[in-house]
Design a protein around this ligand. Structure first.
Ligand code: ZN
Length: 108
């Protein structure tokens, strides 16, 4: 059985980090005092950066959902059970990927 307290602490830390990053990206992207540069080349670069930030934000939000789901499973006492076969997910797999929902055989 993996160390659930350590996993919970790790997931909570990750939640904080991701939530902070999403906030920073969000306020940057939707900032009211934000003006696009007039120069066309600067503007192209500017918009490209926004796309990168939006992709990053989407990725972070998706990861946050997975982490919150994992925390929910910890609370419900179902953490570490494979969602497909109901078997135990290997400790090493959970340590490497704490948000894993399936055992390695079902995930393959
Ligand atoms: Zn399985």
């Amino acid at each position: 059985m993996p160390d659930l307290d350590a996993i919970r602490a790790h997931l909570l830390r990750q939640t904080d980090e991701l939530a902070t990053r999403v906030d920073v990206i969000e306020s940057h992207l939707r900032g009211v005092d934000r003006d696009a540069p007039n120069d066309w080349k600067d503007r192209a670069q500017f918009l490209e950066n926004d796309e990168v930030l939006e992709a990053l934000e989407d990725h972070d939000r998706a990861e946050l959902l997975q982490i919150r789901a994992a925390l929910g499973r910890l609370d419900a006492g179902t953490y570490g059970s494979c969602a497909s076969c109901g078997g135990d997910i290997a400790k090493r797999r959970l340590e490497a990927l704490p948000i894993a929902t399936k055992c390695i055989a079902c995930a393959a």
